[in-house]
Design a binder for this molecule. Structure first.
Ligand SMILES: [Zn+2]
Length: 241
């Protein structure tokens, strides 16, 4: 069975500026190809990685990473919207103020499908983003939560994206991204400040990681390349396709 995203509104809520590329950009490319409206909300500024040459501090790094994320998203779609919660790296948390901020994004874009991290992913910002997105997307449909915008008619369906390297993640389903793997790689190439860190001790070759993960998720599901997801088996968070 091949899911069709036509008519959908898909929002990916990711912790850091390059998480989209590693975990779900192929699926968003599929959604765009089908005619869905697509947006991305990045929680953290990406301001605490190693400083590339010519970058003086966290504010300059955050500005550079914003440019990189914008360039990557333009490859995906000229119409795709990009939202930022502007949280310093390693400070993502499921707090009241961030719930309100994300609620505002949700009511503005009005997704029917929300893609976010799995609660078991490796980075504390990813785990916090998963909790934050679950909470805010529930609240966004509550008329009691007033922010001057119309509440969503119902909480969006929720998909939890694969963890980095698939650790502690048992997929519920796969999306065939064979036709979009090269776009996913080109989007990752926009994040030059991160790719430049491949030689740093403890850092990874992100392109290699991206391709490997797409290939073995594809092998598991009988296609050349795939992304893996879980649904959230909770009341009002599932939908029939
Ligand atoms: Zn991340």
């Amino acid at each position: 069975m091949r899911l069709q995203f036509a008519g959908q509104r898909v929002l990916a809520v990711m912790a850091h500026p390059d998480d989209l590329e590693l975990l779900c950009a192929g699926t968003l490319a599929r959604a765009c190809q089908d005619g869905a409206a697509v947006a991305v909300c990045v929680v953290c500024r990406g301001d605490r990685g190693g400083l590339p040459p010519g970058i003086a501090g966290p504010d300059q790094l955050a500005a550079l990473r914003r440019q990189e994320a914008e360039a990557a998203l333009r490859l995906l779609s000229a119409e795709a919207e990009l939202f930022w919660l502007d949280v310093p790296d390693s400070q993502a948390a499921d707090t009241h103020s961030l719930r309100q901020k994300l609620l505002g994004v949700l009511r503005r874009f009005r997704p029917r499908l929300l893609v976010t991290h799995d609660v078991n992913d490796y980075h504390a910002d990813h785990r916090a983003t998963a909790q934050l997105a679950q909470a805010a997307s529930w609240m966004a449909a509550s008329p009691g939560q007033q922010d001057g915008q119309e509440p969503l008619p119902c909480p969006p369906e929720l998909w939890l994206a694969d963890t980095v390297l698939g650790l502690d993640f048992q997929p519920h389903f796969y999306i065939d991204i064979t036709d979009h793997l090269e776009l996913k790689r080109r989007m990752l190439q926009c994040h030059r400040s991160q790719l430049a860190r491949a030689e740093e001790a403890g850092f990874s070759d992100l392109d290699h990681l991206l391709v490997q993960q797409a290939r073995w998720r594809g092998a598991q599901s009988g296609v050349p390349a795939a992304e893996a997801f879980r649904t959230l088996p909770r009341w009002k968070r599932l939908a029939a396709w």
